[in-house]
Write a protein that binds this ligand. Structure first.
Ligand SMILES: CC(=O)N[C@H]1[C@@H](OP(=O)(O)OP(=O)(O)OC[C@H]2O[C@@H](n3ccc(=O)[nH]c3=O)[C@H](O)[C@@H]2O)O[C@H](CO)[C@@H](O)[C@@H]1O
Ligand SMILES: C=C(OP(=O)(O)O)C(=O)O
Length: 435
């Protein structure tokens, strides 16, 4: 089992480049299944375990998939099978995103029930409500969700109870090949939704309104393979902005798009972080005397839940009382227990946490509870006294490419080791301290 070992105390300096967005590439790869003619070429694809998983799902469904040099090429022109088994869905919930494409293209889809996960129960009732409104019969049984439609999906008017990212994507994909027009109201407005709509339109779909609260999709008869470059990962970018700020460093995050990060930047500015927009990204210029702020996670353009734990790491270092309220997921505070192991005094009150800073974080062995928690614990390690060891790195690998290497290139004292290597390293470190 790998561990990341961080020795705190180094200021970060330099330039770091962000990858293509995980949360954009997964639905885009799922959408390639809609093309019964021609190959899709997806560029700027990050080498994440989630990408390998979705590619495996597509291969299982009888699509040809190649992935090299950050480019995924999909040929989905052969007849597709209809089932995404538990093996994949349990590894990565986004596997459920193939459902809309399969249903639109085959008239049938059978996907294993995703089940609960570390951040909440994450039901998919809104996805299914959309498919049903378009004429699909949905049945749940034996651990599977099965949706089928006799002839072809029909355009419909659908109102989402919550602007779910996944439901918006799944229904949008299904509607591209439906008969007639589909209007979806109260949809998610995340940049990844816009990226997916742009890709679908390149394939020949007619999607309007992406980035607003209402989507209008005119169904077409056939979709074709298309070429598309994935948008930069705003959450990876945000994580490096926090890394720079927590160490009081000066870092240019290349590829960071200011409009995608406005809620995070606004909150960090309130704390006292100074940014500079540059031609190719965003620079953290300084971060001194950090002040406490309150944060509430919300659907985009509100503060992203995927930055909640990283901001918790930063707020633990700020002077005063901060409160974070998590409104998107019901159980996304699992990392609090791990912060406590690092001397992080965090109280949980219902859906909020309260912190009194600044706290002198202490190195400890901590376990990542989800992918953003993994990053957040490593960020805390950058400023903790002594050594922080972070385990359960399978979570980190779902969402961050070469995270420790990128931090090391910025000057962090960090490495990723196997258990045996760790024993030798720790002995060497203790020897250094005693020398
Ligand atoms: C692969 C991907 O893009 N993942 C992102 C996506 O997840 P995901 O698409 O799963 O997130 P959703 O926006 O769907 O979920 C938000 C909330 O709505 C609830 N819900 C959702 C669907 C549904 O049918 N019923 C229901 O109750 C969920 O349980 C959750 O509490 O958006 C989340 C919210 O920005 C991010 O944290 C994830 O990183
Ligand atoms: C929660 C996340 O992803 P997923 O929906 O893929 O679990 C995330 O990216 O922080």
């Amino acid at each position: 089992m790998d561990k990341i070992i961080v020795r705190g105390g180094k200021r970060l300096n330099g330039t770091v480049k962000v990858e293509g967005a995980k949360n954009a590439v997964l639905p885009v790869i799922a959408a390639t299944l809609l093309a019964s003619d021609g190959k899709s070429v997806i560029k700027s694809v990050p080498t994440l375990s989630d990408v390998y998983t979705i590619n495996e799902v597509l291969r299982f469904l009888n699509a040809e998939v190649q992935f090299k040099n950050n480019e995924v090429v999909v040929d989905a022109s052969k007849e597709l099978s209809v089932e995404a088994p538990f093996e994949y869905v349990s590894k990565m919930r986004a596997s459920v995103l193939v459902m809309g494409s399969l249903l639109a293209r085959n008239g049938r889809a059978r996907v294993a029930l995703p089940g609960g996960c570390a951040i909440g129960s994450r039901p998919i009732d809104q996805h299914l409500k959309g498919f049903e409104a378009m004429g699909a019969k949905v049945q749940v049984g034996n651990g599977f969700i099965e949706a089928s439609v006799e002839d072809r999906l029909q355009g419909a008017k659908i109102y989402l109870d919550f602007p779910s990212v996944g439901a918006t994507e799944n229904i949008m994909m299904a509607a591209t090949l439906a008969k007639g027009t589909t209007i979806i109201e109260n949809v998610a407005k995340e940049p990844e939704i816009v990226d997916l709509a742009n890709f679908l339109n390149k394939m020949g779909a007619k999607v309007k309104g992406a980035g607003t609260g209402t989507l209008r999709i005119e169904g077409v008869d056939v979709l074709f393979g298309a070429e598309h470059t994935i948008i930069p990962d705003r959450i990876e970018a945000g994580t490096f902005l926090v890394a720079a700020a927590i160490t009081g460093g000066d870092v240019l995050v290349q590829g960071a798009v200011p409009e995608h990060l406005s809620s995070l930047i606004a909150k960090m500015e309130e704390m006292g972080v100074v940014f500079k927009e540059e031609e190719d990204g965003i620079r953290v210029v300084s971060a001194e005397n950090l002040k406490a702020v309150d944060i509430k996670t919300m659907p985009h353009p509100g503060f992203p839940t995927d930055m909640q734990s990283q901001m918790m790491a930063l707020l633990l270092r700020a002077k005063g009382t901060s409160m974070i309220t998590e409104t998107v997921f019901e159980n996304r505070f699992m990392h609090v227990e791990e912060f406590r192991r690092m001397n992080g005094d965090v109280k949980i009150e219902g859906r909020s946490v309260i912190m009194n800073g600044p706290i002198n974080l202490q190195g400890a062995e901590v376990a990542a509870t989800d992918l953003r928690a993994a990053a957040a614990l490593i960020l805390s390690g950058l400023v903790a006294e002594g050594i922080t060891r972070v385990t359960e790195l399978k979570h980190l690998d779902r969402g961050y490419v070469d995270f420790h290497e990128k931090l090391a290139a910025l000057g962090a004292d960090i490495e990723r080791v196997t258990e045996e290597e760790e024993v030798t390293l720790t002995a060497a470190y203790v020897a250094d301290l005693n020398a």
